[in-house]
Ligand binder design. Structure first.
Ligand code: MLT
Length: 408
């Protein structure tokens, strides 16, 4: 009989969002008349920017012609998209990143877990707590951890707490680690890191020869121009960082699928025998073997994000969701809730009232207000007692959800 990857058996329950969906389905079966408002999973609700749609329509027409047809594209992404990314997202912010160092993909969730393909089994790994569950679960699946404790922490991982006391800032671990996952603007807490805070991490990584996996999927939601959008705004980051970026949230591509990963050519790792290897070549080899690229049509849509119309339309989208975030923050804090985040991120991190634990508050809101959020404990032990509300919904739904929550 075929052997299975028994690391999967170490995983706790289901992946958070399918587990929430399961509970919602059960609720809807019992209450088919309920008009649920979903502020749970961070899935966008507004239509694609017109510039992206037009570019994709044009690309479809090209594909219908002999001359404009495209078969397999480069596994790394078309150069015109990689150049637009390098120029607009990095060089314009004085980051020394070239088109060649950008790998276009179909999502940051996939990239942030697939990256483990090129990393060895012996790394000491640090994650924040709470954390985007993909970082932890992908390491469990790969066999990089032991079992989960009764608390829910996996043996072998170093957990860095994010809490109100430390301003949801990740403090440096007390013992050396090789691999560090950071996400700013943060999912789930909505916290942000400034340049000094990121510089502390880059300095740590360089001193300890560690690698930072920096998830910047929400950078477009940063409102203060002095805050860094990329780890590569920090001097020395090219020697110790990989960055994940996505078109999902800023341009409404969650269903269209386009993202990218930046791997500087100067980034090095070592084999078990101490041989120094560049990570760019390994990832390039991995992608060429296991990935056939993002469709031509979608890449043309992503390229249009950088056009003048695309820039102004995506800014408007981000503004719209950030106004939702402000509404959630204001309404809930005026009603006496303790709220965090939501100022540079589309997530508001709410302390569950009256001593509720996260899942109890989830059930309470689902049953009494017909509002869906995400239990903080689903993001880690330190998320217990918190609740994440996403700003991705229509204005009407967000207003209605706030009215319902405040009135229960
Ligand atoms: C979330 O709700 O945390 C996000 O939708 C997760 C993701 O982007 O995969």
């Amino acid at each position: 009989m075929v052997q299975v990857n028994s690391n999967y058996l170490k995983l706790k329950a289901g992946y958070l969002f399918p587990e929430i969906a399961r509970r919602i389905n059960a609720f809807c079966k019992l209450h088919p008349e309920a008009n649920l408002i979903r502020l749970g999973i961070g899935d966008v609700t507004e239509p694609l920017p017109d510039a992206c749609c037009k570019a994709m329509q044009h690309a479809i027409q090209e594909m219908a012609t002999q001359d404009g047809f495209h078969g397999y594209g480069p596994e790394q992404g078309y150069l015109w998209l990689r150049e637009a990314i390098a120029q607009n997202d990095f060089q314009s912010r004085s980051c020394n990143i070239s088109a060649e160092e950008i790998f276009v993909s179909d999502g940051s969730k996939c990239d942030s877990s697939n990256i483990l393909d090129i990393l060895g089994p012996g790394n000491r790994i640090a994650v924040t707590d709470p954390v985007y569950p993909v970082y932890v679960d992908s390491n469990v699946m790969t066999g990089h951890t032991g079992d989960a404790s009764s608390l829910g922490h996996y043996a072998g991982l170093t957990y860095i707490p994010l809490n109100a006391e430390n301003g949801f800032q990740a403090e440096l671990p007390s013992k050396p680690v090789d691999l560090i996952y950071l996400c700013f603007p943060n999912n789930p807490t909505g916290a942000i890191a400034n340049k000094d805070q990121l510089a502390k991490w880059v300095d740590y990584a360089r001193r300890n020869q560690s690698l930072i996996l920096f998830d910047a999927a929400y950078e477009a939601f940063i409102q203060d121009p002095s805050l860094p959008h990329s780890i590569f705004e920090i001097e020395g980051a090219r020697e110790c960082s990989i960055e994940f970026r996505s078109f999902s949230k800023k341009a409404g591509f969650t269903g269209t699928r386009c993202a990218y990963t930046v791997i500087p050519k100067s980034l090095k790792g070592k084999t078990e025998n101490g041989e120094i290897i560049d990570l760019w070549s390994l990832w390039n080899r991995r992608q060429s073997t296991k990935f056939n690229g993002v469709s031509y049509i979608v890449q043309r849509g992503a390229e249009a994000v950088f056009s003048l119309e695309g820039q102004s339309q995506t800014k408007k989208l981000v503004r719209f969701y950030m106004d939702n975030a402000a509404l959630i923050r204001n309404k809930l804090s005026n009603a006496g809730y303790k709220v965090y985040g939501g100022q540079h991120a589309p997530y508001v991190w709410v302390e569950a009232p009256n001593g509720y634990d996260s899942w109890k508050f989830f059930d309470f809101l689902l049953n009494e207000a017909n509002v869906v959020g995400t239990p903080g404990s689903g993001f880690g032990v330190a998320g217990e007692g918190f609740f994440r509300l996403s700003a991705f919904n229509s204005r009407e739904n967000v207003e209605q959800a706030m009215k319902r929550i405040i009135s229960i």
